[in-house]
Design a protein around this ligand. Structure first.
Ligand SMILES: *Cc1c(COP(=O)(O)O)cnc(C)c1O
Length: 405
């Protein structure tokens, strides 16, 4: 599983926000000034040592960075294959990697003088991260969430409300993430002068895919230092789950130029690769434009977006971040999937061998490793991104695993 493609990742995206044929800016005219302002301000912030210092200081003291790189000794022994390490993003404040990006964009909003944050959320994890940083900086916060998701993720709705956010139910269509994003965009068009749209993954119009990637880049930078310190070599394989793709890009980016580091992104295989039963965009997805960007998405022959399914709300979306589409097409990253059943099995294995309850999203990456470990020699090293903790998922898991009466 070695890649021969060498990529100068620092060159992408181009000025128009394109990763090869993917990405770009596909938004209504009314949003162009806000997008322009964001692009310019982010460019200035990136080059400003004070901004970088603020970001790093709060990542350390508020969020809990750097996160450890943990040797999963018992899982390694059990599988009898490569040495397996977990990058512990699950130990961050609010329970997942999402706080990295939320903090970066909140600092940027303050810099732009915006007093109001809006966000979309599916499972509620990004909503909680956004509500958290809004409270920390004294900003008003409105989170759009599908009514179906609000019922499924009632605990996260309460968390957001405790943090002072207003959660607005979206009732149109499937009443899930896609509709919530449309509502957030509509709000932004109306309130651009006062409002920053805090997008939750490496998706949407430029500069979001680039900016969100940059705000997660420390995941890979830290991993690089940490693995060199213990193994005295780079990892042979990196594995991460891919919803929009932010935790995966965060881990992969620092290694893209290292030809001998293979990478696998794991999508949601749901109940199988049939229309409407999964969210694996690289299993039969087509090129299309959705919510601001050009990328692989699940649509029918008429271009209608297909329904998706995953046991994990955080991976349940019809499109994937444009940089992943690029990395897929040039062959630098291999994309595979794990099914709901494989995820349920992997969750129980990791809980019992390592004493960690991983988020259902992250468990897709673990399921891949459990399935393929026997194909790799024991002297190899694998790093899995443990993007979040599973506390949010225990109700759903208990129901699925028949632990409730
Ligand atoms: C939201 C979420 C994901 C999926 O988002 P990406 O942008 O693909 O990282 C993965 N893991 C956890 C724990 C999440 O909360």
């Amino acid at each position: 599983m070695q890649s021969n493609v060498q990529i100068d990742a620092s060159q992408l995206p181009d000025e128009q926000g394109r990763f090869g044929t993917f990405g770009g800016v596909f938004v209504p005219e009314t949003l162009m000034p806000a997008i322009e302002q964001l692009r310019e301000e982010y460019g200035r912030a990136k080059a400003d040592p004070h901004f970088q210092w603020q970001f790093e200081e709060l990542l350390r003291t508020f969020c809990g960075r750097p996160t450890p790189l943990y040797f999963a000794e018992r899982l390694t022994q059990k599988l009898g294959g490569p040495r397996i390490y977990f990058k512990r993003e699950d130990l961050l404040h609010t329970g997942a990697h999402k706080i990295n990006n939320a903090l970066g964009q909140a600092l940027l909003a303050v810099r732009m003088g915006k007093k109001r944050l809006i966000a979309e959320t599916g499972a509620g994890q990004h909503g909680v991260a956004t509500a958290t940083v809004a409270a920390r900086f004294g900003l008003e916060c409105v989170v759009y969430m599908g009514e179906t998701d609000m019922k499924r993720q009632a605990l996260n709705v309460v968390r957001m409300e405790f943090l002072g956010a207003r959660v607005v139910p979206v009732t149109v269509g499937q009443a899930t993430l896609k509709e919530a994003i449309n509502e957030a965009m509509r709000d932004w068009v109306t309130n651009v002068r006062t409002t920053h749209y805090l997008l939750g993954t490496v998706y949407g119009p430029h500069p979001y895919p680039m900016m969100v990637r940059d705000f997660h880049q420390m995941i890979g930078d830290e991993t690089r230092r940490q693995i060199l310190a213990v193994e005295e070599k780079l990892p042979d394989l990196l594995v991460a789950c891919v919803g929009g793709g932010s935790n995966a890009i965060g881990l992969f980016h620092a290694f893209l130029k290292d030809e001998n580091v293979a990478m696998v992104g794991v999508e949601a295989g749901g109940t199988g690769i049939l229309p409407g039963q999964h969210a694996a965009r690289f299993q039969g997805g087509r090129l299309g434009v959705l919510q601001g960007t050009k990328t692989y998405l699940l649509s029918d022959e008429d271009g209608q977006i297909q329904l998706t399914h995953s046991i994990s709300a955080g991976l349940d979306y019809a499109a994937v971040g444009p940089e992943h589409s690029y990395l897929h097409d040039v062959g630098r990253v291999h994309y595979d999937y794990a099914t709901d059943d494989e995820v349920l099995e992997a969750f129980q294995v990791v809980a019992k061998t390592e004493g960690i309850l991983p988020a259902l999203e992250s468990t897709h990456a673990l399921a891949y490793v459990i399935k393929h470990a026997h194909e790799m020699p024991p002297n190899q090293v694998v790093v899995v991104n443990l993007s979040g903790r599973g506390d949010k998922d225990v109700d759903q898991l208990a129901r699925r695993l028949d632990r409730l009466t």
